[in-house]
Design a binder for this molecule. Sequence first.
Ligand code: GRF
Length: 222
Amino acid sequence: MPDSVRIAVLASGGGSNFQALVDRFRRADVRYREVVGVIASRERAGVLERARRAGVAAAIAPPAATRAEMATFLRRALDGWRSDIVVLAGYMKLVPETVVRAYWGRILNIHPALLPSFGGRGMYGARVHQAVIEAGARVTGATVHFVDEAYDRGPILCQWPVPVLAGDTPESVAARVLKVEHRILPAAVEALASGAVRLDADRRVHWVREWFETDTFTNREG
Ligand code: GRF
């Protein structure tokens, strides 16, 4: 990773994870990190208003694009911003394979459950938390993983548990998980940006050195 790391975000929703990244990397004690742009998968996504207020470049993916057109669009935007890291933050579409390959080991996704449970095609938003409650799970959480060609399947970088309480609704679980997402996503991006973690050629997540000011659940020894 270069010293000055440029971070692009793909989003479809309200953009609170985008905002957490912007806020984290604009703190005075953080240097050489910049959220350089956000691509929204639909023109009415709330993340676009956040980007406007934050002065971050924004692009809207063509709604009726074929996979090939979407791949061309994403590459043009991401390459144009000279992106070093790409973060899917509530992005509802599959990233075309050619884009995944071009940015292999540099695309992260945040999922509001403990993958591999409660993930995969169709598992997004309130559906995830509804499934967690219906399954009677006592613990859910958030996962940051490297993106590969399938939904929510890439190698896991870190996770954090969140309790499921009696009387919880999908909304109350979502709110509790979202608070954790806003902490571990910026931390995971910083770990990748600083070279503390990388994805090896054999798809193994390799922690180069201790990371995370808290004992976030990663795969490091000890
Ligand atoms: C988050 O819960 C994220 O995990 C999921 O979609 C939600 C996006 O929220 N993929 P926001 O748009 O970042 O507020």
